[in-house]
Design a protein around this ligand. Structure first.
Ligand SMILES: [Zn+2]
Length: 469
């Protein structure tokens, strides 16, 4: 018999100890960051407590996004360890703060950070097209200037670097706002070292569920969720892990000997060697066996898929890991396979910030309240350095921008505008685009209001390169 593991993953109920469940339940919402009067980070508090402190005039608002208060009279306070966790993604990065309390670990703050890699790629393509057009516009030949430049070692494309910088910015911001003492970051999708040399962590680890889980995830990805023997011709939805060279005949558990197989193929092949099975299969004229006969020679020739290193190990994530290390925090590096195991075993849904909360060893038992909603942060950049806008032919359309600050306001500031009369009468909150005339455009949720006088605006949050929802 060739050994097979069933791949259906059952979602167990939240795997929390009963005591922790009792103590931690309740209406957990995003905590408010608290600073001491010397601007040292103290324990984040419940919004209700923050409102009370503000009402009693014991604290003042330090920052709106993320909401931070500063205490007037306290210099220190009781501090528990807080761990910052990161699940870096190409479009969105999940961030979570987990509090290590006496009664267990819980997520107290979370965010989904959207990157702007795509916008950067577009802007750079547009710039290179402009330059190419300009070079060829005059008749005299000009050598392209970019071909003589070597990329330095460790070079990252600007779109990718922006993701790294976004993560860096937020890690350093969180360190300033909360007493962060630990960090965990998901650096690789699959722990290849663990899978290739299962012996490294001892027998118990090998037999445990962790390796099995990560292996299944890896094989599902590598073999594209399809039976490799029949290519899905059997219509069998149940997928197993099969040993190409059967274990009964001395086949190993190494990755190269493992393959994704449907239940029917797995049963049909049993402990036969693949060349022998091919001979049997060729005798039959059924559609399924014809499909198998086509694919088996490739498997015998060892033409198995291999997830490219680039897919399994991500240079960007390591770069982010280096940045966290440089901040001086102790870092745990983690793999995506293990994060998923932590998340599914506790019955949490898939979301970037939830994945982040489940990264690391403390992610095995973490309480995430259903009422907790992440703050949505999107990178907006810091405006354009283009000195003047051009028309579609590349000719100057406007004069050079003189100043980016008008009456103390900058484009991107979040303001509250109270317009007492006129056609724009009303109260609005949103981001402004400043105009030299002193009449600004204000963009709130989904509308743009034009011509709001600067005298009617009050700054809530100065531009910092991010938008908040
Ligand atoms: Zn099959």
């Amino acid at each position: 018999m060739s050994l097979s593991l069933n791949l259906s993953i059952t979602l167990s109920k939240r795997n929390l100890p009963a005591q922790a469940e009792n103590v931690l339940k309740g209406n957990l919402v995003q905590r408010v960051f608290v600073l001491s009067n010397t601007q040292q980070p103290l324990m984040p508090c419940h919004p209700a407590r923050a409102r009370e402190l503000l009402r009693q005039n014991k604290a003042a608002v330090f920052k709106r996004y993320p909401f931070t208060i500063v205490l007037h009279d306290r210099e220190t306070g009781y501090i528990q360890p807080i761990e910052v966790k990161l699940d870096p993604g190409s479009k969105t990065t999940g961030i979570a703060l987990n509090l290590h309390g006496k009664k267990g670990i819980k997520t107290v703050w979370a965010a989904n950070l959207s990157h702007r890699g795509h916008q950067i790629t577009e802007a750079i393509t547009a710039r290179s097209q402009q330059r190419r057009a300009r070079r060829s516009r005059n008749l005299r030949y000009r050598k392209p200037r970019f071909l003589n430049r070597a990329k330095p070692k460790g070079w990252f494309a600007p779109s990718i670097l922006s993701r790294v910088h976004n993560c860096e910015t937020w890690i350093y911001r969180l360190i300033k706002m909360a007493p962060v003492t630990l960090s965990a970051i998901e650096t690789v999708r699959f722990d290849m070292q663990l899978m290739e040399n299962p012996n490294i962590a001892g027998l118990e680890y090998q037999r445990g569920t962790l390796l099995g889980f990560e292996l299944r995830e890896y094989l599902l990805q590598r073999d594209n969720h399809t039976c490799q023997y029949c290519g899905g011709a059997s219509g069998d939805k149940i997928l197993n892990i099969d040993h190409k060279h059967p274990r009964a005949k001395g086949g190993s558990d190494r990755l190269a000997n493992l393959i994704l197989s449907c239940h029917s193929c797995n049963g049909d092949k049993n402990a036969t060697l693949i060349p022998d099975w091919l001979k049997q299969v060729k005798k039959s004229k059924s559609k399924l066996n014809i499909a198998r006969a086509k694919r088996l020679p490739g498997i015998i020739a060892n033409k198995v898929n291999a997830l490219r290193d680039a897919a399994a190990v991500n240079a960007t994530r390591y770069k982010i890991g280096d940045i966290v290390k440089a901040s001086g925090l102790p870092v745990t590096f983690w793999s995506g396979g293990r994060t998923k195991k932590n998340r599914t075993e506790q019955g949490y849904q898939k979301d970037h910030w939830i994945d982040a909360a489940c990264v690391g060893e403390s992610g095995e038992r973490v309480f995430i309240a259903k009422s907790l909603k992440p703050i949505l942060i999107s990178a907006t950049g810091h405006g354009s350095r283009q000195m003047c806008r051009v028309d579609k032919y590349g000719f100057q359309r406007t004069s050079a921008k003189k100043n980016s600050c008008v009456a103390g306001f900058s484009t991107g500031d979040i303001v509250k505008a109270v317009v007492p009369g006129g056609k724009n009468k009303g109260t609005y909150t949103g981001r402004i685009a400043v105009r030299a005339s002193g009449y600004f455009n204000l963009k709130s949720e989904n509308i743009v209001i034009q011509g709001i006088k600067h005298q009617h605006c009050q700054i809530l949050h100065e531009r910092d390169g991010y938008n908040y929802h």
